[in-house]
Ligand binder design. Structure first.
Ligand code: URA
Length: 209
């Protein structure tokens, strides 16, 4: 059963407070997204599989270990991109896949408009990245695509969630562990998380007008 893990770490509590502030400009916002993504991935990665790997120090051999799992990152476009870059810095060998989804206004179902997954899974663990878990529609659809593609081990990494999104994602994919910095109060009728931080894409990329 996947868990819902909300970080209690003081650094996470501190940084997500600044992330939300309307006074935080895009460069500072991007830096905070990056730091928070790394702090949350640090928690999500505690069970990465290791293999023995001996190196030679200037004095003698050292029987060390190296990460043996192949990890794939799936940022939900476009706000997940900053998180993917941050995790890639910690794990440069990770693959990054791009999957573009939008919600059809008539059917209200997510539609895939761009899919760059390789034909068959080439990794052991997939990490879906989206700073905002709002209704959960995109994350649920992305994870469905990953499962149909053959992925068994999937984690979701987000920064701020609405309770509605956590419940929807957990119900649709109970096996997927959800890592978050905070769960807020509610989703308003325009699908914004409240108190939230506004539009995470606009705030990262300076497109808010
Ligand atoms: N996406 C965002 O960027 N912000 C929200 O509050 C909800 C979804």
């Amino acid at each position: 059963m996947g868990e819902v893990i909300i970080s209690k770490h003081p650094l996470v509590r501190h940084k997500q407070t600044f992330l939300r502030s309307v006074q935080t400009d895009p460069p500072a916002f991007r830096a905070l997204v990056r730091e928070l993504a790394q702090l949350l991935f640090f928690e999500a990665a505690t069970d990465l599989r290791l293999e023995e790997h001996t190196v030679r120090t200037p004095l003698t051999d050292y029987p060390g270990q190296m990460i043996a799992e192949r990890v794939g990152l799936l940022p939900i476009l476009r706000a997940g991109l900053g998180m993917a870059e941050a995790v890639l810095d910690l794990l440069p060998g990770a693959q990054v896949w791009h999957l573009g989804l939008y919600r059809d206004h008539e059917t209200l179902r997510p539609v895939t408009y761009y899919n760059k997954l390789p034909p068959v899974p080439t990794i052991d663990r997939a990490v879906v990245l989206d700073p905002m878990l709002a209704s959960g529609g995109s994350a649920i659809a992305a994870i469905e695509i990953l499962k149909n593609w053959g992925m068994k081990r999937i984690q979701f990494l987000g920064l701020i969630a609405a309770p509605e999104g956590v419940e929807a994602l957990h119900t649709a994919h109970p096996d997927v562990a959800i890592y978050l910095a905070a769960v807020d109060e509610f989703l308003n009728d325009q699908c914004y998380i409240v108190p939230g931080l506004g539009d995470a894409g606009d705030r990262q990329f300076g497109t808010g007008g």
